[in-house]
Ligand binder design. Structure first.
Ligand SMILES: [Fe+2]
Ligand SMILES: [Fe+2]
Length: 265
């Protein structure tokens, strides 16, 4: 009988941009192979699956997604997916644009992991916004007894170095960050500007992923994806380059749970 791993593994990749001239199938297949080798418990894809939100681009993406063995997945749309009214095709071909999902979470015994994923896109704009209505629903879904809370959006919540002139943060970032802190969110996963980065903000860790399968890179940041290993005390984030296999690891303490417990006393 195989022994259960102590750490819970999440594979995060985004911005593969199927249909883009700089998309490379070899990178995508390497990404699929490596994610399968990591045997993740959960796969999270924070958007920009396509170049322009066209039907055949979504189908190309889902053909690759189906090669990933992990059945537990959360996939949302990015600004590129919503071009040309692609948000309607996303719903038809990929799934809901906003969702809450709950999973078993062995590192915290019988407590669960909850993922709230929101569509932060504004039709016909590259800018993003979560909006009060979606945030109220997120607060409701994050308020339960989960042991670990994850919030997923496509755009940035804080500035990411090396992404150029700042216009990538959602318009309501301050309000969203405030709500996420109050909800005791452990982890925020995002994509958008193709630069992997880790920002601890308060007790929450904000992790962005690079471009998973394209050469739409910025500066020295290669195509890459993230693996997150979560145990009872810490979160280890590994950024793995798909260009040369180099992996950069960073281990950070889990803090949101502690803060939540302290507030409840
Ligand atoms: Fe992108
Ligand atoms: Fe984007």
């Amino acid at each position: 009988m195989p022994t259960r791993r102590r750490a819970y593994v999440i594979a995060q990749f985004s911005d593969v941009h199927c249909g883009d001239p700089r998309f490379e199938e070899q990178l995508m297949l390497r990404l699929v192979r490596e994610v399968n080798e990591a045997r993740p418990d959960l796969v999270i894809v924070p958007g920009d699956l396509t170049a322009d939100g066209y039907d055949e681009q979504f189908h190309e993406f889902t053909r690759f997604l189906d090669l990933i063995d992990c059945p537990q997945r959360v996939v949302i749309a990015g600004n590129h997916d919503c071009r040309n009214v692609g948000d309607l095709l996303f719903e038809r071909i990929v799934g809901p644009r906003n969702l809450t999902a709950t999973f078993d979470f062995p590192p915290d015994g019988d407590r669960s992991l909850v993922v709230v994923a929101v569509d932060s896109n504004i039709p016909d704009l590259n800018d993003g916004e979560v909006g009060r209505e979606k945030m109220r629903l997120a607060e409701r879904d994050l308020a339960g007894d989960a042991g670990f809370r994850i919030f997923v959006l496509h755009h940035h919540l804080v500035s990411i170095p090396g992404t150029g002139r700042e216009r990538n943060i959602v318009w309501d970032a301050g309000d969203v960050l405030h709500s996420l802190r109050d909800a005791g969110v452990d982890l925020v996963l995002a994509g958008h500007k193709h630069v992997p980065y880790i920002w601890p903000v308060g007790d929450t860790l904000i992790v962005t992923s690079g471009t998973g399968a394209s050469r739409r890179t910025r500066g020295d940041a290669p195509p890459s994806y993230n693996l997150l290993e979560i145990d009872g005390r810490s979160i280890e984030v590994t950024v793995r380059s798909l260009a040369d296999g180099v992996a950069v690891k960073q281990r950070l303490p889990r803090r949101a749970g502690e803060a939540r417990t302290a507030r409840a006393r």
